[in-house]
Design a binder for this molecule. Structure first.
Ligand code: C5P
Length: 228
C-alpha cells in the first residue's frame, strides 16, 4: 500500500497529539511529536540558565550550545508510544511541566532553533509513512504532505483538557494559569516572524471543541482513507 505524509498542525492543547498518535498506531506509521522537540530544547535552556530575567532567550549562548543538544525518540512498549530523550535522558515527564510550557514559545521563535529542528524532522519523515504533529508541518516542514489537518478548539476547552491531563498525571495544575498559558502561546506562536502558526491553504480544518475522542479518531481515519 502506498505510504503518505500526514501533517497535523493547530493550536496548543487541542488534542492534536492524541489524534496523531492514535492514527499512527492504527495505520502502522511513525509518529513524531515536534512540540516535544521544542520543549526539550526549552528544558535544556532552563537547566543551563539560558533565559534572561525577563523571559527572553540568551540567543548567543544557546546558539553556541545547540550542537550539544541531541533529541531522539524511543518507542515505549508499556505505553505503546514514543518517549522523548534529551542527550540520552528520558525527559517525557519533565517537558510537559507548566514551567517548560511557559518558556517554550520564545525558544520556538528563535530562527536557528527552528532551522535545526526542521532539518531533523525532514530527515525523520523522508521515507513517508509518518504522522507529524506541530505548528508548521503543513506549511514549512512538509509543504507537499498528502494529508494536512489544522486542528483547533476554544481556548477554554483546551485549557480544561490540559488541566485534566496534568491532574491525571498527578502533576500540579491551576486552571487560570493554564488558560493564560494557552492564550499567550497562541499569540506568540501566531505572531512570530519565523514560520508563524497558520493554516496551510490546502489543510482541512477541524474544530474539535465539542467532539469526543472516538469521534475525532473516526473523522481522521475517514480523511486518511480518502487519500490512500
Ligand atoms: O505541541 P506542543 O504544545 O507541545 O508544542 C509546544 C510549543 O512548541 C508550542 O507552543 C510552539 O511554541 C512550539 N512548536 C512550534 N512548532 C512546532 C511544534 C511546536 O513552534 N512544529
Amino acid at each position: 500500500m502506498k505510504k503518505i505524509t500526514i501533517a497535523i498542525d493547530g493550536h496548543s492543547s487541542c488534542g492534536k497529539s492524541t489524534m496523531a498518535k492514535d492514527l499512527a498506531r492504527e495505520v502502522g506509521y511513525v509518529y513524531v511529536d515536534t512540540g516535544a522537540m521544542y520543549r526539550s530544547v526549552t528544558l535544556y535552556a532552563l537547566r543551563h540558565n539560558l533565559f534572561n530575567a525577563d523571559g527572553s532567550v540568551k540567543t548567543a549562548e544557546l546558539e553556541q550550545q545547540m550542537p550539544q543538544i541531541q533529541i531522539s525518540f524511543k518507542f515505549n512498549a508499556e505505553t505503546g508510544r514514543p518517549d522523548t530523550y534529551l542527550n540520552g535522558e528520558c525527559v517525557e515527564k519533565e517537558i510537559r511541566s507548566l514551567e517548560v510550557s511557559n518558556h517554550v514559545s520564545p525558544i520556538a521563535a528563535v530562527g536557528f532553533v527552528r532551522t535545526a529542528m526542521v532539518a531533523q524532522q525532514q530527515q525523520m519523515g523522508k521515507d513517508k509513512g509518518v504522522v507529524m504533529d506541530g505548528r508548521d508541518i503543513g506549511t514549512t516542514v512538509f509543504p507537499d504532505a498528502e494529508l494536512k489537518i489544522f486542528v483547533t478548539a476554544s481556548a477554554e476547552v483546551r485549557a480544561q483538557r490540559r488541566f485534566d491531563e496534568l491532574k491525571a498525571k498527578g502533576m500540579p495544575a491551576d486552571f487560570d494559569d493554564i488558560l493564560k498559558n494557552v492564550q499567550e502561546r497562541d499569540y506568540i506562536d501566531s505572531h512570530r516572524e519565523v514560520s508563524p502558526l497558520r493554516k496551510a491553504d490546502d489543510a482541512i480544518e477541524l474544530d474539535n471543541s465539542y467532539m469526543t475522542i472516538p469521534e475525532q479518531k473516526q473523522w481522521l481515519m475517514d480523511r486518511f482513507k480518502e487519500k490512500i
